[in-house]
Design a protein around this ligand. Structure first.
Ligand code: SF4
Length: 709
């Protein structure tokens, strides 16, 4: 693999969607020194606390080292790889034959490499014949995917990271980037400091990110659509539109504006709908209208909502209406949470997509079928994450293969999800660790997967940049790459010719070739120029943004400055959003709303970040943040323990009384679980309401109560 200046291996961080380049220098004893890669265009050598502590997470502690099968006595027994793979294949084959392809499902992860994702999708959608393959990315950014597809005709991020340094105004909506995308946030702060860029933060919580903003809009939960509807009206009424852009490149503006007027037709109406002061609303509208170079960044606070797709489109509407899209320093920008949520989208890792951003339309289905020589291709969308687990609970899905994720902690209504797992006839888990809440929910087969530092392939970050993850350690025990495990099962199912992959490079070449197959610019995702990479060239691949088309390998860092959308008429669509309303009201018994999210130094369910003592020092235990007035009202005090209850579950948490929290709201981090802190599975409290377009659950506003413990 390409080496850095001191003999280090160049790779990419295991954690977030910023996708920072890392130099890893193995110490020969199973560990490695970690530093930022100065040549990687995402981070230019910087790493955040999580990235810098990666070296502390490389040990063999808790690793799953060999395949295991639950034997007739109920205990897990070590078996040979061939026996485990034979067992998985024969059980899947039996259930598909007996109950049809809809009775089986895969649940994947934004932590997987693109090559792992590609092979799992190919097996389920092209050969088993079901689209029941979804991913934890559904919980992360699927509302952005749906919003972009509605507006642009494709899931295309129009801008790039350089825009954050070229913007004169940065608007962060539902994004605590200071904690969740720290290196990218440093680039924004540098712009603020060097060029005087202005910053507006829109969030129900006064986060660390809000602390750096000149204007903080602490709006009521669920009212983002009202705010951006009000903004669209303001832009229209104050001569701040780009009529030429609207006329030439878009459709549906009049209807969207009429709907915006009915939602928030004035500054006063916007203030009323959002709970903000008229002055703050007017200031935001004025600054936005007066600043051509504006990037609006949005993340889980927008996406994780039962109206997340409408929120995304309300934001995009304002950028389309002003022509501020795909230009230096001007774009809407979805900040992806996970390291390879984008790569997963590219291979069709969501139940409602086909590979290479193709859709479940007859021409695309036929195209993918012919390219794969698929024996039994899925012809309609599969079940999205929450629906998938509901179908498991009803007994309709009988076999599930979970790869690299921990749904017993991370799904909404996590107690119900965990109970559903116990009903499965076949429950397979591919994992790095031998114990977590999902494994402990009764897995029948455990397959040891290679971890970060051992596996090799590609990931794509939030600006569409594909980077290599490279191995720099020997695999732990008998751990194998996820793509190899899936391919071996596929071969045993009788699909050997289509899964005869010998390396990640083999899979990447096929993925790149499919992206270019019968594509003359009608699809955004096209990396055809990379389909003939030699093994050596794949090994040496430097970070590259897509598209990289065969006929035009010039970089295209931005899209849509001059139209060219991926719809049938090449125009963007304004979307008229629904009237914003949360799915449930608070009641006398549930008078508060629970907002869940991440903290700075932990990642997801802590299976990796929890190994680092340094990261554990920041916020060492699970907590619930409460406004001082609510603490007084409900009789809880700072540092005491309290019970937080919703209609779905309850857990006990340490109380942090803080003015950062809005009155009427609670905040609790998502990371801890019964494997890490007994009784603290916050996912069990979250209502399983989902967005009608994206299927993304609403993690930010479950009615809740708090009582002293
Ligand atoms: Fe890793 Fe994200 Fe931190 Fe970069 S910002 S070092 S990708 S966790």
């Amino acid at each position: 693999a390409p080496r850095g200046p001191v003999g280090a291996i160049r790779t990419t961080c295991a954690y977030c969607g910023v996708g920072c380049g890392v130099l890893a220098t193995p110490d020969g004893r199973g560990g490695a020194a970690i530093s930022g890669d100065p040549e990687h265009p995402a981070n230019f050598g910087r790493l955040c606390s999580k990235g810098s502590a990666l070296g502390e997470t490389l040990g063999l502690e808790d690793r799953l080292l060999y395949p295991m099968i639950r034997c007739s006595k109920g205990t897990m027994e070590q078996v040979a790889w061939s026996d485990a793979l034979d067992h998985v294949a024969s059980r899947f084959a039996h259930i598909v034959k007996r109950d049809g392809p809809g009775a089986v499902a895969f649940y994947l992860s934004g932590q997987l490499l693109t090559e792992d994702y590609y092979v799992a999708n190919k097996l389920m959608k092209g050969f088993i014949g079901s689209a029941n393959v979804d991913t934890n990315s559904r919980l992360c950014m699927s509302s952005s995917v749906a919003g972009q597809r509605r507006a642009f005709g494709a899931d295309t991020v129009p801008g790039c990271y350089e825009d954050l340094e070229q913007a004169d105004l940065l608007v962060l909506v539902g994004s605590n980037a200071a904690w969740c995308h720290p290196v990218l946030y440093q680039r924004m702060l540098a712009n603020k400091q060097k060029r005087g860029a202005r910053m507006v933060v829109i969030d129900p919580r006064r986060t660390d990110t809000a602390g750096d903003a000149e204007l903080f809009l602490g709006l009521k939960p669920g009212t983002d659509t009202a705010l951006f509807s009000g903004l669209l009206v303001h832009l229209a009424d104050n001569g701040a539109l780009d009529p030429d852009y609207i006329e030439r490149y878009t459709g549906g503006f009049d209807e969207a504006l009429a709907r915006a007027r009915s939602i928030a037709g004035s500054v006063g109406a916007t203030a009323l709908a959002t709970g903000l002061s008229e002055q703050d609303v007017a200031d935001f509208f004025r600054i936005f209208a007066a600043t051509p170079r504006v990037v609006t960044l949005y993340s889980q606070g927008v996406n994780q909502s039962a109206q997340g797709t409408d929120k995304v489109n309300a934001i995009i509407n304002c950028h389309l209406a002003t022509g501020r899209i795909g230009k230096p320093g001007a774009s809407p920008f979805s900040l992806t949470g996970q390291p390879n949520a984008m790569g997963g989208r590219e291979v069709g890792g969501l139940a409602n997509q086909l590979a290479a951003h193709m859709r479940f339309t007859p021409p695309d289905i036929d195209r993918v079928r012919r390219f794969w020589k698929a024996s039994r291709i899925a012809t309609h969308e599969g079940l999205k994450a929450v629906q998938m687990f509901e179908a498991i609970a009803r007994g309709e899905i009988k076999a599930l293969w979970v790869i690299g994720t921990n749904p017993a902690v991370s799904l909404p209504d996590a107690d119900a999800a965990r109970a559903a797992l116990k009903k499965l006839e076949l429950f397979v888990v591919s994992e790095n660790v031998r114990s977590n809440d999902t494994v402990n929910a009764g897995a029948h087969v455990l397959l040891p997967a290679q971890a970060w530092g051992e596996k090799s392939g590609t990931v794509t970050n939030s600006e569409r940049r594909i980077s290599r993850q490279r191995a720099f350690l020997e695999p732990a025990g008998e751990a194998r790459p996820d793509w190899w495990i899936v391919s071996e099962v596929a071969k045993r199912l009788g699909f050997g010719a289509a899964f005869d992959f010998n390396s990640a490079a083999d899979i990447f070449r096929e993925h790149a070739a499919l992206s270019a197959f019968e594509n003359s610019g009608g699809r955004d995702f096209d990396i055809g120029a990379l389909q003939s990479l030699s093994d050596q060239a794949f090994d040496a691949l430097t970070p590259v943004q897509w598209p990289t088309r065969q006929d035009n390998s010039q970089p295209q860092p931005r899209f849509f400055a001059n139209g060219g959308f991926f719809s049938s008429d090449f125009k963007a669509r304004f979307i008229a959003p629904e009237i914003p309303a949360l799915r449930t009201e608070t009641t006398a018994g549930r008078p508060l709303r629970l907002n869940t999210g991440r903290i700075r130094d932990q990642w997801h369910t802590m299976t990796r970040s929890g190994l680092s003592p340094r990261l554990g020092q920041h916020l060492p235990e699970p907590f619930v943040e409460v406004h001082p007035d609510d603490a007084l009202k409900f009789g809880v005090t700072d540092g005491s323990f309290a019970r937080v209850t919703t209609d779905h579950g309850q857990c006990t948490l340490k109380v942090v009384v803080s003015e950062r929290q809005q009155r009427g709201m609670l905040f609790a981090p998502i990371h801890w679980s019964e494997a890490t802190a007994t009784g603290s599975r916050v996912g069990a409290l979250v209502a399983p309401f989902t967005d009608p377009f994206s299927g993304q659950p609403e993690n930010k506003a479950t009615p809740a109560s708090i009582t002293p413990y």
